[in-house]
Ligand binder design. Structure first.
Ligand code: RP5
Length: 183
């Protein structure tokens, strides 16, 4: 699946580039309800992405092929989510020089602590930038911030996003103050 922001298409009818810049991978389709938040956030910021189910344990050869070929296909950042013995982000980081963002997924047992520790405690020399448990939205934002260093359009959308976020909190502040302080 490739997702792009149709709102960024030029008015002259030409197609904006849709080559995925971010690869979103997950260990099982059961992770998709969480990981789709990364794709949604990227789409809102006009960042094309692709999604794959690849398992470090169950399809190790496919995972290796994907990790080794991603940079050559134009992927700039990888977001990898997995739960339990969550080795997918680390295994991918071992096979590419692209930045890898890990998303620990909470499963039925251990509340995601197992996934978090599996992803965050990487050995020296093989970094994975780990976001919070189930925090796929933040993974999408972090990937966008990295891309924005060399892309003015993404940078502008991020600035707008942060301003909208601030507006929401200010409006909450107004409501709470009015309800509790009578002001
Ligand atoms: C992990 O095992 C996957 O990332 C998923 O979070 C978990 C459970 O997978 P399924 O049993 O739902 O396929 O590898």
């Amino acid at each position: 699946m490739t997702t792009t922001d149709s709102g960024t298409q030029p008015a002259d009818g030409t197609q904006a580039p849709t080559t995925p810049m971010v690869g979103i991978v997950m260990g099982s389709s059961s992770d998709a309800p969480i990981m789709s938040a990364a794709a949604d956030q990227l789409r809102k910021l006009g960042v094309p992405s692709e999604m794959r189910v690849l398992s470090a344990h169950r399809t190790p050869d496919d995972t290796a092929a994907y990790a080794r070929g991603a940079a050559q296909r134009g992927i700039r950042i990888l977001i990898a989510g997995a739960g339990g013995a969550a080795h997918l982000p680390g295994v991918i980081a071992a096979m590419t020089d692209l930045p890898v963002i890990g998303v620990p997924i909470a499963l039925a047992h251990l509340d995601g602590l197992d996934s978090l520790l599996s992803i965050v405690q990487m050995p020296k020399g093989v970094p994975v930038a780990t976001v919070g448990v189930n925090a796929a939205l933040n993974a999408g934002l972090l990937a966008s911030r990295i891309l924005a260093l060399s892309d003015d359009q993404i940078a502008a959308k991020l600035t707008e996003h942060r301003a909208q976020q601030a507006d929401k909190v200010r409006s909450q502040d107004t409501q709470v103050r009015s309800a509790h302080n009578g002001a």
